[in-house]
Structures are given as structure tokens and as C-alpha cells.
Design a protein around this ligand. Structure first.
Ligand code: G3P
Length: 218
């Protein structure tokens, strides 16, 4: 699984998100690899019906109806959104909310990716049986220094932590990943995919960099 979080980078603002998703669609087909995109929240509807999975960057545990400004799983589902990040480092929520959202997404048959900052959290939240746990050391996010080279032990330990839950949860890792080499190293260490942002979004040639990452994952 190759997940690209677009965050709120200027490079994918407005119509640029369409070109970005089209590029990812093409590469997904070419390398037969699952690439999921998390567009900025307000642009989800623009690309939700594309041929690759579209995930929200964040989702709120709020009810259907009078919940102004909240982004809720039930309505995302109706707009063909396939899943969501939960508890991203830049948008942390309580453990109670994490628990409720994992269950809600499961009920709706949507993919859940719970982001965690360390091995203890990986172990704790893997027990909820989300589809994925994504481990990202906050200090390496956006740094250009890859988790797989700077903190390799984090991936190996998180792999063990996730396995200890004895369910179907798989491990992803992210933070500072900028090259195919970083991706290969992450996979060697036990990660089943990656969660990446700046290394892709800020690259000059999206086609080239997404292809480089995809090749490292197949
Ligand atoms: O969600 C992905 C993320 O936080 C990693 O960011 O820019 O280091 O790839 P980046």
C-alpha cells in the first residue's frame, strides 16, 4: 500500500489536485500497485470518483445531521471516499475517539489508517484491529531524513508490536521518505507500505518520483 498525504501543500491546491490524482492513477495501473491519495479535505469531492482509493486526511466522530463543519465517515462514504487517516501527528485526537472511529469505519467498510508516534502506541492501537497502523516519528516528518534510515529499529519493533495483536492489521511507516531507496529499506525492515507527503508533493516531477516509489514497492 502506497499512501500519499497531500496535507495542505500549495502544490496541490485548486485544480492541481486533478492532475496529481491522474498521474497517480496512471502509475497505479502501470505498476499494478495500490496507491491511495489523501487530498486536502475541501477537495475530496473533486477527485472522489477516481479509479484509485481516495482517503480523508482526518475524520470526526460526529453524528449525521446538525454537526456544522465536521467531516463525518457516513457522508464521506456517500461521496465514494474509501477510508481515512485517523490521529495524524498534525491532527491528534483522544484514544476514545480513535477507538470509536476505527469501529465506525469498519462498520462502513472503509479503510482505517491509525497514525502513531511510537512503538507503544502501535501496540496499543493495533489491538483495535484497524486496517493499518502507520508509524511516523514526529521529529522526522517533512525533514527529508527517512524513518527507515534514521530510526530503522522503530520499524522492526513496530512490526513485532503490530504482529502481537494477532489480527489483520498491517504496518505502514512514514516521515522523511524522499527516495525509492528509503522505500525499499522500509519494506526490508517489515513495513507493508508507506505513508508519504512532502517527498512526493513537493517534487518537481510527480510522474518520475511516484514511479520511483512504486517500483520500490512492487
Ligand atoms: O502523513 C505523511 C507524513 O506525515 C509524512 O510527511 O513530508 O515527511 O513525507 P513527510
Amino acid at each position: 500500500m502506497f499512501v500519499i498525504n497531500c496535507k495542505n501543500y500549495e502544490e496541490i491546491s485548486g485544480d492541481k489536485i486533478i492532475k496529481f490524482v491522474k498521474t497517480a492513477e496512471k502509475i497505479s495501473k502501470k505498476f499494478k500497485i495500490k496507491i491511495a491519495i489523501c487530498p486536502p479535505q475541501h477537495l475530496i469531492g473533486v477527485v472522489a470518483t477516481s479509479s484509485i482509493p481516495i482517503f480523508a486526511q482526518h475524520v470526526d466522530n460526529s453524528k449525521v445531521g446538525s454537526t456544522t463543519g465536521f467531516v463525518i465517515p457516513e457522508l464521506l462514504k456517500k461521496s465514494k471516499v474509501n477510508g481515512s487517516l485517523i490521529n495524524h501527528s498534525e491532527h491528534r485526537i483522544t484514544s476514545k475517539e480513535i477507538q470509536k472511529l476505527v469501529l465506525k469505519l469498519k462498520d462502513l467498510k472503509m479503510t482505517s489508517i491509525v497514525c502513531v508516534k511510537d512503538v507503544a502506541e502501535a501496540k496499543k492501537y493495533a489491538k483495535l484491529n484497524p486496517d493499518y497502523i502507520a508509524i511516523e516519528p514526529p521529529e522526522l516528518i517533512g525533514s527529508g531524513k527517512a524513518v527507515s534510515t534514521e530510526r530503522p529499529e522503530l520499524i522492526t519493533e513496530a512490526t513485532i508490536a503490530v504482529k502481537s495483536a494477532q489480527n489483520n492489521t498491517k504496518l505502514l511507516c512514514g516521515a522523511g521518505i524522499v527516495s525509492g531507496k528509503d522505500v525499499s529499506k522500509a519494506v526490508e525492515l517489515g513495513s507493508k507500505g508507506i505513508l508519504v507527503a512532502s517527498g512526493i508533493i513537493k517534487a518537481k516531477n510527480w510522474d518520475k518520483i511516484i514511479s520511483e516509489f512504486a517500483k520500490a514497492l512492487v
